[in-house]
Design a protein around this ligand. Structure first.
Ligand code: FES
Ligand SMILES: [Fe+2]
Length: 349
């Protein structure tokens, strides 16, 4: 399956990269080592020593540099080879690939494509776990499934009444109220009003409220969503206008999620979720995270099983339904951005 290389891929939680402790991950099937140097700078290099291909993530930070702890080759932060113990001649062009890397919104982002195109303005505006306006819990899951299947899932919430009937207590309202889908820069926007309802976990009131829910889904697989409760009649009054967060009655919450392709048929899924500080507390966050834990395990069971069936299917084809408009629009964008740089077609299947 095609993936967009020219994008910022979430590689880790910022708090998981300790000073001078190299961290290993593969992204699009490429081994990457990430570390914070003595000066606090964040670095990302190919995690493969040019001597005998040992992982540099088993190496040692020395000031700004990283030493392979197999036979001691020393690499500069830009990947250049600085030292071969016991050998004076250093081949001038020898080194490993370095990747543009940024520490933003409490995630570490790595640009996997052409370094000349790595613009930090393209980092999706996720809400970091340390943002004081929100009380967020966070977690991650490793998938034995291609990242594209997880993106498809996140772009079509009509699966909620079926996959998440227990965890999110989703009823037929998700399939019955198709969202509005609009293209946005490097992604799609999915927006819906759920009809006035009472007696579900989202609504703490004893009168019906309408739920507004909106998310942007951005390459290479970043979902940024907020939702909140509004008085009955708000949807009709506003039409297509976006309600103000400040006007929410209750339940204002935010989730940032990122799907990273780690290789052909594997992915890592990062997520945070919780209430706005005026709409909940740590106990509310913990309740939401417990629900999310159950729900995301339900997705994982279904998507990994789907992946196994796809793997047994020669030339797999899908039959989109009316609910797949967001999926189709996003997947077209992925194919277009991948075509833009021919090497992307060679990336992880
Ligand atoms: S493999 Fe890295 S120094 Fe030998
Ligand atoms: Fe789901």
């Amino acid at each position: 399956m095609t993936h967009v290389r020219n994008a910022w891929h979430v590689a880790a939680w910022s708090c998981d990269i300790a000073a001078e402790k190299p961290f290993a991950i593969s992204i699009l099937g490429e081994p990457v080592v990430i570390w914070r140097s003595a000066s606090g700078a964040i670095r990302a290099l190919e995690d493969r020593c040019i001597h005998r291909l040992a992982p540099l993530s088993l190496g040692r930070c020395e000031g700004e540099n990283l030493r392979c702890l197999y036979h001691g080759l020393l690499f500069a932060p830009d990947g250049g080879l600085l030292e071969i113990p016991g050998q004076d001649l250093i081949p001038p062009k020898a080194g490993v690939r370095s990747y543009p890397v940024a520490d933003r919104h409490d995630w570490i982002w790595v640009w996997m494509g052409d370094p000349a195109l790595a613009d930090e303005a393209l980092i999706p505006p996720a809400v970091g776990t340390s943002d004081p306006d929100w009380i967020l819990g966070y977690g991650q899951l490793d998938y034995a499934a291609d990242a594209r299947l997880i993106c498809d899932n996140l772009l079509d919430f009509s699966h909620l009444p079926y996959v998440h009937a227990q965890s999110f207590q989703a009823g037929p309202e998700f399939a019955a109220n198709p969202p509005k889908i609009t293209p946005v820069e490097r992604g799609v926007r999915v927006t819906r009003w759920l009809p006035a309802d009472v007696g579900n976990w989202r609504n703490p009131h004893d009168v019906p409220v309408e739920v507004y829910q909106t998310y942007d889904f951005l390459v290479p697989g970043v979902l940024l969503m907020w939702s909140a409760n509004y008085p009955e009649g708000t949807a009709a009054r506003l039409g297509d206008a976006i309600p103000a967060m400040d006007d929410a009655l209750s339940g204002l919450n935010f989730t940032s999620q990122a799907v990273t392709s780690t290789g052909p048929g594997t992915a890592r899924y990062y997520f945070s979720w919780g209430p706005h500080c005026r709409h909940g507390d740590a106990a509310k966050r913990d309740g939401m995270m417990k629900m999310a834990g159950l729900a995301f395990a339900e997705d994982k069971t279904m998507i990994e099983a789907q992946q196994r069936v796809i793997a047994m299917t020669p030339d797999p084809k899908v039959m989109p339904t009316a609910h797949d408009r967001g999926v189709t629009l996003y997947n077209r964008l992925v194919e277009k951005l991948a075509r833009h740089n021919p090497s992307e077609l060679e990336s992880a299947a």
